[in-house]
Design a protein around this ligand. Sequence first.
Ligand code: ADP
Ligand code: MG
Length: 389
Amino acid sequence: MSRVLLKEITKTFSRRVVAVDRVTLEVKDKEFFVILGPSGCGKSTILRLVAGLEQPDSGEIYIGNKLVNQVEPKERDIAMVFQNYALYPHMSVFENMAFALKLRGLPKDEISNRVLNAARVLGIEELLNRKPAELSGGQRQRVAVGRAIVRNPKVFLFDEPLSNLDARLRVGMRAELARLHQQLAVTVIYVTHDQIEAMTLGERIGVMRDGKLLQVGEPKVIYDRPLNKFVAGFIGSPPMNFFSGKIVREAPPRFVHPAFTIPIITEDGSQKTDVGFPPSEVILGIRPEHIQIFPGGVGNGKQESIKGAMVEVVENLGNEALIYLKLGQEQVVLRTASEQVPKPGEVVNLRFDIKRLHFFDIKTENRLGEITGLKDINGLEEEKSDSRV
Ligand code: ADP
Ligand code: MG
């Protein structure tokens, strides 16, 4: 059993830098867990604490069921792969992979078996006699992973292992790491600032900011129900659109913004005056794929659309387009798979997907209530969304 449990872990480097702030986290046995957050938020420090390269100020770290606070790094049965994978330049690939095993005094046959097995898993058998200088970036990264595999660790720690690779290679290595995890059936803690890596690799993701763990969950849950505005904005590309406005409670309850008004309903579909939180200033969030361009004056006479959005830039990506608009003073971005996209300078109407609105408290930035709806003002069923421009 090689779950990793952090209990109330705090690590400060000086009075001013709280690198890890009361983090409690359980990574399950054989789980691929991703820690995601911007540079400096404490990700590497968490890995170093798990590896035993740093000591926490307070809190407990368990690997399996064993408290390891006092256990030496080399006794923790953990292997770490870094962004700067620093292979020994004067050693061959074989020697690089064998090095840690030699230090441990393993028999020659055993070392050779383990290196050959790891090389096979990684598809680098033909490279074993080469020096690092004779390898591509991706091959070097594979050797660095191989060095970790030969040690048969209970837990793999990856610290931004792909960020030195070019984009295409990164995608390839990403798939390879996922395959490797399935094959080796080990616990992985993988740190990255790249939300796409996190979404694609993680069975669960923990999002961090300023030393704090803000939300832990499956990628889809984090995407669909971010617990605060930071998480909402950090995951997803292009990021979620945000609008500051007011909730007006008198019937019909509505969100009022200088450029538009959206009647709101609660999740059960009813239009209550009690909308789950006090009338107050809130932030409305909506993802780019949940906004449509909508033809006609008043939305085909059925559902009100948001009028007067001006197209500024259209980015055509082949399979989809990103459309950047100006709505009043606000920038808005939407994503569409439609073949027909408007041109810069055109003024269009928008419609927000009524089930996909997020609300955040303007002060705490925490997710609010369960208001999810844009009210169909004429009381008709929600229209099919095939009426794009
Ligand atoms: P991340 O890996 O998310 O980029 P780190 O864990 O490396 O972040 O760093 C978290 C914070 O702790 C940063 O403010 C960083 O400057 C600080 N920090 C990390 N290591 C040290 C150290 N050895 N001495 C002083 N400050 C450090
Ligand atoms: Mg780091």
